[in-house]
Ligand binder design. Sequence first.
Ligand SMILES: Cc1ncc(C[n+]2csc(CCOP(=O)(O)OP(=O)(O)O)c2C)c(N)n1
Ligand code: SF4
Ligand SMILES: [Mg+2]
Length: 304
Amino acid sequence: MTETVFKSVKSLPSTHLMGSGNPMCAGCGGLEALHEIYNVLGEKTVFVNAAGCMTLLAVYPFTPFRGGWLYTAMASAPAGAQGVRDALDILKQRQDMPEEEDMQVVVLTGDGAAYGMGLSSTSGAIERNLDFLYVCYDNEGYGNTGQQYSGATPHGARTATSMGGGGFTGRKKPLFDIWAAHKPAYAATVIGSEPLDLSRKIEKAKGMKGPRLIIALSPCPTGWDFDPRESVAIGRLAVKTGIWPLKEVVNGEVVHTKVPGSRLPVERYLEKQGRFAHLFIPERDEVALAQIQAEVDDYWNKME
Ligand SMILES: Cc1ncc(C[n+]2csc(CCOP(=O)(O)OP(=O)(O)O)c2C)c(N)n1
Ligand code: SF4
Ligand SMILES: [Mg+2]
């Protein structure tokens, strides 16, 4: 988010998310996914937002959202969602608000909060069977503060806090599985570059009650170091290489919604991103590349 881009928000009121008046980086994959999600959810949506890049979309009067917005501390969005849901239910119960004015309560959070700081309050909200949609745009790091590693950072990626030779030494936390173990009403992975799959899942989630998760892998030109023009191509490669499986949990059973016919080598996805450049330059790190490929193969072999 350069100063120049941010200044433009002052002169160009935005009426839709991808308009020139928003303060986000060009090619933001998180914004692409959110745009598609909002198209389905519509204006009767209250976002409860944990601090992160998307918080910049709340700047009044330039916000593209026409419903409600509550900004919370990073760990507390599910608790905020509980308060909003309770308030709406009380208004309806007292007949101070007609049923048709009810709104979807949607947590909007980055991965830093979803995979880490906010995980315990999320677990508590699912346990209470809170009626909310939980949307995590996953750019695999603390993007808003300069891409420090988070619980979602993949093995081998360079981040501001994993600059050593091999990049991040840890592994991406299985947030989808952690949610699935709570037996929520619904959980799904999506990506903005597969809009039909995404829209179908949001339609489905919108029509349900209870805790519902959407994790959107969000190619991030700034944090992942690639040309913004490559954002959609990188998103498609994430699916075609199998590194980002598109799936959902239906009645406790995991179903893949788009299975790549013959998976492309995962390095086709990695080589496009500066955060993985050390795996190719000055020479190929065959051990690390084979390890990342083996982990993807292992995932799909277990699914067959
Ligand atoms: C408790 C707390 N620690 C640190 C911050 C500073 N902070 C604001 S946004 C942010 C990054 C959040 O990362 P993520 O949730 O992944 O969202 P992204 O920035 O990637 O959109 C941080 C660390 C904060 N707001 N609250
Ligand atoms: S840092 Fe990444 S996630 Fe944040 S606005 Fe820029 S492209 Fe989007
Ligand atoms: Mg993030």
